[in-house]
Design a protein around this ligand. Structure first.
Ligand SMILES: [Zn+2]
Length: 178
């Protein structure tokens, strides 16, 4: 287990780098990478661009799934692991199941929209044709710190990102999932 932890941390750091890109774009900092287990290669990256794209679907996970599928040349992402800095929302958890990812690792939980165990667990519904192994809490504090930093900045410069200002009264990670 020890070496697995190290590997998970290594990939979660890459997901955090993506979250920092979202931060730099004035977006709630959530990032994601998808790893091909057999090669250890990162085959998809994504960060939250909901406001930049003005698109509900521009969550980090959806972008990364699109990129990984393009790389593999198949919508099926069996044999792959997705690393996300925040617990996935219902849309993204659904996409993770639909893409048949083997495993989902996330950093911080979301008690506003988390569907990988907090509010619901869409990743492990027996009635579905696919279940996704889940691990949480990897680099949780780093992820939460970045989200807190984002909302702190937002309160100082409320014009910077109007669409998420409704979240700004609450700075915990759970408020951040777009
Ligand atoms: Zn989502």
């Amino acid at each position: 287990m020890g070496s697995d932890m190290t590997l998970d941390e290594k990939y979660m750091k890459q997901a955090l780098k993506q979250a920092e890109r979202a931060f730099d774009h004035g977006e709630v900092p959530i990032g994601c990478v998808i790893v091909e287990n057999a090669t250890g290669r990162i085959i998809g990256r994504g960060y939250n661009r909901r406001n930049s794209d003005k698109c509900t679907m521009s969550h980090a996970e959806i972008t990364a799934i699109k990129k990984a599928s393009k790389y593999i040349g198949d919508w099926r992402l069996e044999g792959c692991t997705i690393y996300i800095t925040l617990e996935p929302c219902p849309m993204c958890a659904g996409a993770i199941v639909q893409a048949r990812l083997d495993r989902c690792v996330y950093a911080a939980a979301s008690d506003k929209s988390g569907c990988a165990g907090t509010l619901l667990n869409l990743l492990n519904v027996e009635a579905f044709n696919h279940q996704v192994a889940t691990d949480k809490g990897i680099l949780e504090e780093e992820s939460q710190a970045l989200i807190r930093k984002f909302f702190k900045r937002l309160r100082k410069n409320p014009d910077e990102d109007q669409p998420v200002s409704s979240f700004s009264s609450s700075v915990n990670a759970s408020a951040a999932e777009p």
